[in-house]
Design a protein around this ligand. Structure first.
Ligand code: PLP
Length: 385
């Protein structure tokens, strides 16, 4: 087959298996989140903008001012002429706030994870990873020289059996998440902390979905057990980009060795000042964090009461559907009634284990959640779920 013929054949199979993705067209030019061409406001349960910062008018004005001051682009990679003092100052501020020796910013969480994991480990090391870690960490593993071994999702007993079966002459490391991006559950960090000391594990915890929205002033859920923490700015921070929180020496090493950082254009000069202001703002948002927690508890209670199978320990909830075609149909029917919720399918989750993923935010009201649950109930009954 030629490459075009093979691609056509694969697309056909994706469509037949209800696995074809066609992103929904949206238009936010009006300042709200509308489906393109639709007059009605929609209820969005897909967004990771947990604190409502992506549409905050004051923050938009702040950003506009900084773009006016600095211009738009970095013009070069960080190692050539893109190492702006605003970014270096922001890195100091993030490191101090989260209690690490250093911080290092990247243009995205995908880039941060793949750069980190592909760069710091050697062939003597073994990396144990939760089966549900984000694809960006998996990409890092694929590019790394280290051996890797998966353990069942959130099963630390399975992690132990993996560690005891392997012979590691270098560093044994564990990759997991703070609040899992799809299942929404939080690992048992106390137990992981015990394993860390017993087996001398180096821990990397991706808190993409928990920094900013969970914990004391947004410090997340994993306490101080992570040797390296990963944070993203595209979710609770309502912006884009990501940061690694690092122990001594790692920042210099990554700047010298991480190809995804070295060979890419640096973040623009306004970025550092903006994310510094953003962190100050995040720290003040206890009310919004409380609202997220209250809304999520309310949604779990209501969904459970109405007979849905739902999981999630915080603000990300997975409503279990199973068959891919039914998850897609449920999401489409919700959309036709003005509610936006993502049907998440293989390969993002296991085959035949499709879910509707709900992101609960501080912008939702209890009435919004009532509408979601009652509409979803009717749709599930119609679909025989
Ligand atoms: C757990 C996790 N890590 C990393 C990322 C990637 O972050 P970004 O969107 O900044 O590339 C995501 C986002 O999808 C995520 O859910």
């Amino acid at each position: 087959l030629t490459v075009s013929e093979r691609i056509q054949a694969e697309l056909k199979i994706l469509k037949e298996d209800s696995l074809f993705r066609s992103p929904v067209l949206l238009d936010r030019s009006c300042g709200e989140c509308f489906f393109s061409g639709c007059e009605n406001k929609i209820l969005n349960f897909c967004s990771n903008d947990y604190l409502g910062l992506a549409a905050d008018q004051e923050m938009s004005d702040t950003l506009s001012g900084l773009v006016k001051k600095y211009g738009t682009g970095a013009g070069s990679s960080r190692l050539i002429s893109g190492n702006y003092s605003s970014l270096v100052n922001a890195e100091r501020k993030y490191a101090d706030f989260f209690g690490y020796a250093d911080a290092l910013f990247f243009s995205s969480g995908f880039q941060a994870n793949s750069a980190l994991i592909s760069t710091i480990f050697s062939a003597d090391d073994v990396i144990y990873f939760d089966k549900q870690i984000h694809s960006s960490m998996v990409s890092g593993l694929q590019l790394s020289d280290a051996k890797s071994s998966s353990f069942r999702h959130n099963s630390l007993s399975h992690l132990v059996s993996r560690i005891e079966r392997n012979n590691c002459s270098g560093q044994a490391a564990v990759l997991t998440e703070g609040c899992f991006s799809m299942a929404g559950d939080i690992p048992d960090f106390e137990q992981l902390s015990n394993l860390k000391s017993t087996y001398n594990l180096f821990t990397i915890i991706d808190e993409a979905h928990s920094l900013g929205v969970c914990g004391d002033s947004g410090r997340g859920v994993s306490g101080n057990i992570a040797d390296i923490k990963v944070g993203t700015l595209g979710k609770a921070f309502g912006f884009y980009g990501a940061f690694l929180l690092l122990p001594e020496g790692f920042k210099d090493y990554l700047i010298n060795r991480a190809r995804p950082l070295i060979y890419t254009t640096a973040l623009p000069p306004f970025y550092g000042d903006y994310v510094s202001i953003l962190l100050d703002k995040i720290i003040t948002m206890d009310n919004e964090r409380d609202l997220v927690r209250e809304n999520a508890s309310y949604a779990i209670e209501l969904l459970t009461e109405k007979g849905f199978s739902v999981s999630g320990d915080a603000h990300i909830l997975a409503v279990h559907v199973g068959v891919e075609s039914k998850a897609v149909a449920a999401a489409q029917q919700l959309r036709s009634q003005g509610i936006f919720a993502a049907a998440v399918r293989y390969p993002t989750v296991a085959y035949n284990k499709a879910i509707l993923r709900l992101g609960i935010t501080s912008s939702h009201s209890k009435a919004d959640i009532d509408i979601l649950v009652s509409t979803l109930k009717k749709i599930f009954v119609n679909l025989g779920l």
